[in-house]
Design a protein around this ligand. Structure first.
Ligand SMILES: Nc1ncnc2c1ncn2[C@@H]1O[C@H](COP(=O)(O)OP(=O)(O)OP(=O)(O)O)[C@@H](O)[C@H]1O
Length: 241
């Protein structure tokens, strides 16, 4: 279970996250949607203790991330797929993380198999393609067999097979009773992956509902999303002139 209580973050006079209160339930995939700059990454960073809130709190199983005794065994996160030493192999990266979190080494081979990187595990991670880096990031998230998973744009860089794989993986993890919170810009993909949605704009909660309910409010989920966010979209392109 994960709970955001009036979570607020300011950068100078800009409010990036503005009094966000949400309970993210276990057992289903919850999608986290919002236009560019709406505060999704800032929210994820605060949940993971990488940014301190100015007000409010993000709680995992009732406590802030920084107070968790074994963070990797409680929360698995994929935020920045490039966050590893490029000279280390995928296996060495996972082995080091496992050792520092008191996770048995056998788990490393399990997660490598889950993400399909067994063959590439001894190669330097710096030589991995974008999709392979995403897979290594997912392996890190799964390493501690956590009850809560937090993923920022997990399908970024994945091929169609990889996109379907991550969709099935996330749904399977939720079906095991885990809390799965996943941000994405791909509304059609969220419609296939998520059961619930949290939609924000300019750091504020716009909707917390099911995919089915939101889609039923308009012709489809995309139209419903545009209607919700039309007043809070800061960055819009125009046609080329
Ligand atoms: N370190 C920072 N310093 C100053 N402003 C920041 C910082 N990080 C984020 N912001 C601002 O906070 C707001 C929210 O940004 P954030 O990256 O959380 O949005 P997002 O929803 O993840 O965007 P995107 O969909 O484009 O990834 C934006 O206005 C951004 O410019």
């Amino acid at each position: 279970m994960m709970e955001l209580r009036e979570l607020t973050k300011r950068y100078g006079d800009r409010v990036a996250v503005d009094g966000l209160s949400v309970r993210v339930q276990p057992g289903v995939v919850t999608g986290f949607l919002g236009p560019n700059g709406s505060g999704k990454s800032t929210t994820m960073r605060m949940i993971l203790g990488l940014d301190a809130p100015d007000h409010g709190a993000a709680l995992i199983d009732g406590v802030p991330y920084r107070e968790l005794e074994w963070p990797l065994r409680t929360v698995g996160a994929l935020l920045d797929a490039g966050a590893f030493h490029p000279g280390r192999s995928g296996r060495a990266h996972l082995t080091a993380l496992a050792a520092s979190n008191d996770i048995p080494g056998t788990r490393v081979e399990q997660v490598l198999r889950t993400v399909g990187l067994t063959e590439a595990a001894s190669r330097r991670a710096g030589t991995y393609s974008l999709g392979m880096r995403q897979r290594l990031g997912v392996a890190v998230a799964l390493l501690g067999d956590p009850g809560v998973l937090l993923l920022d744009e997990p399908v970024n860089g994945l091929d169609p097979e990889g996109i379907r794989w991550i969709r099935d993986l996330l749904r399977g993890l939720a079906a095991e009773g885990r809390t799965v919170f996943v941000s994405s810009h791909l509304i059609a993909e969220m419609a296939l992956t998520a059961h619930r949605l949290v939609v924000i704009g300019r750091g504020r909660l716009l909707a917390e509902t099911t995919v089915a309910e939101l889609a039923a409010a308009d012709d489809n989920l995309e139209d419903a999303f545009f209607r919700l966010t039309s007043q809070v979209t800061d960055y819009r392109g125009t046609e080329a002139s």
